[in-house]
Design a protein around this ligand. Structure first.
Ligand code: NCD
Ligand code: ZN
Ligand code: ZN
Ligand code: ZN
Length: 380
């Protein structure tokens, strides 16, 4: 018997954007450690990005992720296929074959800007086989060697600035290409106020554009650089209070379709390197619920919308039946305590890597149980 007094029972969460580093960089995370962090965050479906080593650009690699995920058995681990071979931005992969093998969408996430011609061809190919492409949306020609959002903090700390138009121009380009081709495009980790306005405009034009936002872009600002060095570095960069406010309202109102964590584990020694060379990215799977719950408490949205943005909407986006609260073999839900406070630390983080500016801080909202395939896969 499970006592759910004063707890909330809801469909478990679906994250369309995680980096499990498997194969190739399993010292940062692997499918097993990533799955453990996922179910502890209330997730039972995750989509792994293809920026592994090698990149997920052929059928055996797509099959590997699915089969390894099933072997671990804690949650549904699905792969996103690379758009281009080796994620080099030149030659399209055999998307139709990758889709048949189980790739749920296509992205070169993390790779340098893809030129507009390749992006249009990719949109048309993916759209024609009933799939879609997702774009990282940062123009490296504009961001140069920037590490922090261009603004007061970067200026005060003397950090190389990264202007928001590096993101805005790519979001605008992708929206235009989507309108012109009539094909879908998904904007990864949207973070700037203007990019949100552009997506709102594209949607008003009838474009098949969807967008996701990360927990960190809903919650943290570039002020994190005051206390953290590389641990605060992420692409796109943490921005300002105004940007956070814009993404929160956009998520509440439907301009942004769902939350995706962009869970990006990196090892301690990598994050200790010089700010210029250290890899961008931070963890997300265990922090999404408390952060979105805070938006409910602050009255940006209600719990129904929380379920939409954390579960139903991302599930539908990849054609998955949304998780079901029920008994029996298909039970797939999570039970959380909306008022329990816990500390983020090396012990509570279940990922192999511990890279997050939330280390040492307290969050409110704790997953107590996660059910997948009718079984308990996580118990607090
Ligand atoms: C991601 C990673 O580490 O793979 N890093 C990041 O800062 N977001 C890559 C990505 O999502 O673009
Ligand atoms: Zn990205
Ligand atoms: Zn402030
Ligand atoms: Zn990513």
């Amino acid at each position: 018997v499970i006592d759910a007094t004063e707890k909330i029972v809801c469909p478990s969460f679906v994250d369309l954007h995680v980096h499990f580093r498997d194969p190739g960089q399993t010292y940062k995370e692997d499918i097993e450690s990533g799955s453990k962090a996922a179910v502890a965050g209330g997730y039972t479906t995750v989509v792994c990005m293809p920026n592994t080593q090698p990149a997920l650009d052929d059928v055996p690699l797509i099959r590997y992720v699915i089969e390894r995920g099933e072997e671990v058995g804690l949650c549904r681990v699905l792969p996103a296929g690379a758009i281009t071979k080796g994620r080099k931005g030149r030659e399209l992969t055999e998307m139709a074959l990758l889709k048949d093998a189980g790739a749920v969408y296509f992205t070169d996430d993390g790779a340098p800007v893809m030129d507009s011609f390749i992006m249009r061809k990719a949109m048309e190919y993916a759209g024609s086989i009933g799939s879609f492409v997702a774009d990282h949306c940062e123009d490296l020609n504009l961001s140069q060697n920037g590490v922090a959002h261009e603004g007061e903090i970067a200026a005060a700390l003397g950090l190389p600035p990264l202007p928001p138009e590096a993101e805005d121009t790519m979001v605008a380009r992708d929206c235009v290409l989507s309108i012109q081709t009539g094909m879908p495009v998904h904007i990864c980790h949207i973070s700037s106020r203007l990019a949100v306005e552009i997506v709102a405009w594209a949607k008003a034009m009838g474009a098949k554009v969807t967008a996701e936002v990360t927990p960190h872009h809903l919650y943290l600002t570039d002020e994190e650089f005051l206390d953290f060095s590389c641990v605060a570095k992420v692409s796109p960069p943490l921005r300002t209070h105004e940007d956070i406010e814009a993404t929160r309202w956009a998520l509440a109102s439907g301009i942004i379709d769902f939350v995706a964590t962009d869970h990006a584990p990196h090892a301690h020694h990598e994050k200790m390197q010089d700010l210029q060379v250290c890899p961008p990215g931070m963890l997300g799977l265990q922090f999404a619920l408390p952060i979105v719950l805070e938006l409910v408490k602050k009255d940006y949205m209600d719990l129904t919308r929380l379920v939409e943005v954390m579960s139903t909407n991302p599930a539908k986006k990849i054609g998955l039946r949304p998780p079901q609260i029920k008994v029996g073999e298909t039970a797939e839900f999570t039970i959380f305590d909306p008022f329990e406070t816990w500390e983020v630390n090396e012990d509570t983080i279940l990922s192999k890597s511990k890279n997050t500016p939330l280390l040492g801080r307290k969050l409110t909202g704790k997953v107590k149980y996660t059910f997948y395939n009718g079984k308990i896969v996580y118990k607090d």
